[in-house]
Write a protein that binds this ligand. Sequence first.
Ligand code: S6P
Ligand code: ZN
Length: 198
Amino acid sequence: MTDYMMPFTRMVHLSDGTIPDAPLIQTRRLSDLSGCFADSDAENALSAANPIIYEVYEATQNPEVVGHLRYSTTVIRPGKVGDEYHMTRGHYHALGDRCELYYGLMGEGYLLLQTPEGEINAQRLTPGAMAYTPPYWGHRSVNTGKDNLVLLAVYPADAGYDYRTIADQGFAALVVERDGKPEIVPNPRFVKAGLQPE
Ligand code: S6P
Ligand code: ZN
């Protein structure tokens, strides 16, 4: 007999992106992103304050099996480390062929995507923008605005996370402030998949 899961609803507060009864809320501080920002002197200067960079409200703990979806909101605080804008750690999906949909709720920024070979793509995130991460693209969100960047993400529940590859290779591009505006520039420290850093 089919074991029916009960339907459910979660409220997403459109005023701030919070999900009040989220079963899991993750707070990511600067120390959780150790080594992610290019300017280590700027990172060290902020280490005592260890500011919150972003929060993730996991709206579901649906079983991690094919057929289910999970969804969450991400609230990235405004700010920079050196000249690099606040961003998420970034990941590939552990099951690389799993995709993802982002919907911009508040603020402005980019969904920065890359292939393991280092091809970069940036999708602008603004309220109402629906950005699609196809299979095999690593992804990270970047807040280039003055207010919180708030995103809703929907993804296959079995997608999982591969943070290791991003930790090892970094992202091929950085989003930095130049003359008061965001610019996407190459990351000199990026390591292509399969190559070792010097
Ligand atoms: C999950 C989805 C988001 C991120 C969140 C935080 O596939 O992409 O929910 O987990 O934006 O980013 P990160 O890189 O710290 O998981
Ligand atoms: Zn993802």
